[in-house]
Write a protein of this length. Structure first.
Length: 276
């Protein structure tokens, strides 16, 4: 019997991000994905202008009520982009009602990048996100989000000792495992991913080549491949490496095709790599 994952994220019509990226990845890796949309957008927000945005918070009580009657069992509850601050409490309630002892609670705390908040986020969302991650077994912030959540200053090329301290500080709030992506270095072609395993008191750094591109949705893709591998029994470090390798190949192919950044990576063409 296949495993089941509740995917809590937005649906963007243009741009290969959020649920448009998450659902095919989770499915092709043999896991049933049950989407719970946080918002509907006409496009993702990076590189597109005058996009339409509809917060779906008002729909959630009816959505939850129906699911409670159907009583689905989730092996993972995975949240990403949120449409409003109100959704934080609703997700906490969702976890309380639907999580079982075996359920992996994964939070991708979508807040910002490059040292800045996204246009759709504000300081109140950061404060409330700190509450949400206390429920998580796994969180996957990028380096900007790590700084925001840990109340520390963003550094353009942080020392590894600082990154470890930031992750340890955040782990005290509750997350068992933290995977931090997009850690900048003094080398333009090198970026780091760091893993902190609280129960093992272990800090691991994985270096990888940084390609000259910024494709929106790469974080969604990374987190989805990581989580699906974990649900399929792969170790945390191997899951992180597999996710990083997949994102690298997706970006490399998209660059070779001169794909516009705002459209996201050519996901359909690299999905077969997940079957190997």
């Amino acid at each position: 019997m296949s495993k089941t994952l509740a995917a809590i994220n937005d649906l963007s019509g243009l741009g290969q991000s959020s649920l448009c990226a998450i659902l095919p990845i989770i499915s092709v890796m043999g896991i049933q994905a049950c989407p719970l949309p946080t918002a509907v957008l006409s496009s993702q927000t990076d590189g597109y202008h005058d996009y339409a945005f509809q917060d779906l918070t008002a729909l959630w009580p009816k959505y939850f009520s129906h699911w409670q009657k159907e009583a689905p069992t989730f092996d993972c509850i995975y949240s990403g982009f949120l449409g409003s601050v109100r959704q934080i409490d609703l997700i906490a309630n969702f976890i309380e009602n639907f999580a079982r002892k075996h359920t992996l609670i994964a939070v991708d705390p979508v807040l910002g990048d490059g040292g800045e908040l996204y246009d759709t986020m504000n300081e109140e969302m950061v404060v409330q996100m700190r509450r949400l991650i206390t429920h998580a077994d796994l969180i996957t912030p990028n380096y900007t989000e790590l700084c925001l959540l840990s109340r520390t200053s963003f550094q353009r090329a942080p020392a590894l000792s600082l990154v470890e301290a930031q992750m340890r500080l955040l782990a005290e709030a509750g997350p068992i495992n933290i995977v931090t992506t997009s850690i900048p270095t003094s080398q333009e072609d090198l970026m780091l991913t760091a893993v902190f395993e609280r129960d093992n008191d272990k800090f691991t750094v994985l270096p990888h080549e940084m390609l000259p591109a910024h494709y929106p949705g790469s974080g969604d893709i990374f987190a989805s491949v990581l989580i699906a591998n974990l649900l399929n029994g792969v170790s945390l470090i191997s899951s992180v490496q597999k996710a990083a390798d997949f994102v690298y190949e997706a970006i490399r192919l998209s660059l070779a095709q001169k794909r516009p950044f705002r459209e996201g990576v050519a996901l359909e063409q690299v999905l077969p790599l997940l079957l190997k």
